[in-house]
Ligand binder design. Structure first.
Ligand SMILES: Cc1cc2nc3c(=O)[nH]c(=O)nc-3n(C[C@H](O)[C@H](O)[C@H](O)COP(=O)(O)OP(=O)(O)OC[C@H]3O[C@@H](n4cnc5c(N)ncnc54)[C@H](O)[C@@H]3O)c2cc1C
Length: 421
């Protein structure tokens, strides 16, 4: 692979930053361009589970000294980086469908605070801010030229679109019509916010789970589900717990309100009609003035890439949500984003070391990614439906079985990992 020009990464989210770390560690020239004006432009009050799906591939490809600091810098509770437990609860009956113990968590995984995790990924990388991609052009010399909204231009040997589900890069590869036909809004609607709690306020919720709790509720019209997670534990504050909640239902007629006040009122109305007990208290106790987001999820299978011109050069590709946009109900989008970065990174390292053609490396990455990503998009779609089954009991029991299997799989993975070490 001739790299007289850098790999150009468009987007500084989880996938773009993970790829930047990999290329940097292997001395492959790269540049990251992010449309945000600064690292803290968007609120990132969410936490995600970084699981074996991506942890092993990340560990294998980035600087080991940096990987060793993941838990202590990014975990929701840096004092207990491996803390993770989960409860699945009936919102009306209090039935416990599943409850795991943090002490017995066997898995090689972390529940990370998204803002700190992103900061950890950014550490040591060179990122150009306020660079929104507007145009791409493949040059006659086999390179790719990109133009940003500020009018500046640069050239690279490869462009990697890590630019999220609305990917301008993916749109370039497959064409605008094909891209938007393949990008489907889910009928799911979700309202989400974060609130702070003191030890005393958090205590009854923490008895169920100190990490993730899912409540299964509903009314005569439809099912509603409340997902809550601890997003940060800051021992220096009295209100040390930052708890995020996400209340969702399948109702694509639900109005999208313009202000936080209206969205919080809408969430409280959903809660009043469909939740009781602790679940209702979580939403209804959210203070006025809190930022509330209305989420409309979009799904797109990476099979859309198969509709691109078969003779295309493979000097432009995509990773993460830009390649495969999925519902969050398996908690996998970010994990697949990082895994994709590691898989593409490995292929580029091979190409770099063995002087293989970059196009072959990218085509091989895409072949594997399309299969993996398509399965993940379908599985996440199915999981969203299962989670929102009409009856809270059916939904709770079905999800309980899935999580129990996942946890036992993790136990096996953890012992496999021990054997090979
Ligand atoms: C409510 C919710 C909960 C979730 N929970 C989990 C979970 O528990 N576990 C999990 O694995 N996943 C989870 N996900 C999914 C996860 O957040 C995404 O899959 C992940 O963020 C994808 O990373 P990415 O880098 O591909 O894209 P993004 O994180 O979307 O990053 C894309 C970046 O590209 C930039 N960009 C966009 N366009 C341009 C442009 N034209 N020029 C330059 N820059 C541009 C954006 O500003 C952004 O920084 C959740 C998602 C949601 C909505």
């Amino acid at each position: 692979m001739t790299v007289d020009k850098p790999v150009l990464i468009i987007g500084g989210g989880l996938s773009g930053l993970a790829l930047g770390n990999i290329l940097q560690h292997h001395g492959i020239p790269y540049k990251i361009f992010e449309r945000d004006t600064s690292p803290d432009m968007r609120s990132q009050g969410w936490s995600i589970s970084v699981r074996d799906l991506c942890l092993g591939p990340l560990e294998d490809t980035i600087d080991p000294a940096k990987f060793a600091t993941l838990g202590s810098t990014s975990a929701v509770n840096p004092a207990m980086p491996r803390e993770y437990d989960i409860a699945l609860v009936g919102a009306h009956t209090g039935t416990i469908f599943l409850k795991t113990s943090a002490a017995k968590n066997p898995s090689p995984m972390y529940r990370v605070n998204r803002r700190r995790f992103r900061a950890w990924l950014m550490d040591g990388l060179d990122i150009e801010w306020n660079k929104k991609l507007s145009e791409l052009r493949e040059t006659e010399h086999g390179n790719v030229s990109v133009t940003f909204e500020d009018g500046t231009q640069t050239e690279g040997c490869l462009v990697v679109g890590a630019d999220g589900w609305r990917s301008r890069v993916c749109e370039h590869i497959v064409g605008k019509d094909t891209f938007w036909k393949a990008t489907r809004p889910s009928a799911l609607r979700a309202l989400t916010a974060a609130r702070r709690m003191t030890e005393e306020e958090f205590a009854p919720f923490g008895e169920l789970s100190r990490t993730v709790t899912m409540y299964f509720g509903g009314n005569k019209e439809r099912s509603y589900r409340l997902f809550t997670c601890v997003a940060d534990v800051d021992p220096t504050r009295e209100d040390k717990y930052l708890v995020q909640w996400l209340l969702s239902c399948f109702d694509d007629t639900a109005p999208v309100h313009a202000s936080n006040t209206e969205r919080l009122a809408q969430a409280k109305a959903w809660s009043d009609s469909s939740l009781e007990g602790l679940a209702a208290a979580m939403v209804n106790g959210t203070p006025e003035g809190t930022e509330v987001t209305h989420l409309i999820i979009h799904e797109r299978s990476p099979r859309v890439l198969e509709e691109a011109d078969p003779g295309r050069s493979h000097r432009v590709t995509v990773i993460g949500d830009a390649a495969h946009a999925m519902t969050p109900y398996r908690g996998e989008g970010g994990n697949h984003a990082i895994r994709g970065a590691a898989e593409l990174g490995k292929k580029l390292i091979d190409a770099y070391q063995e002087n293989m053609r970059i196009e072959e490396a990218v085509a091989a990455y895409e072949k594997d990614m399309i299969k993996r990503g398509d399965e993940a998009v379908q599985a996440s779609h199915f999981s969203a439906e299962l989670f929102h089954r009409p009856s809270p009991e059916d939904g709770g029991e079905a999800m309980g079985r899935i999580f129990a299997e996942r946890i036992s799989g993790r136990i096996q993975n953890a012992s496999e990992r021990k054997k090979v070490q």
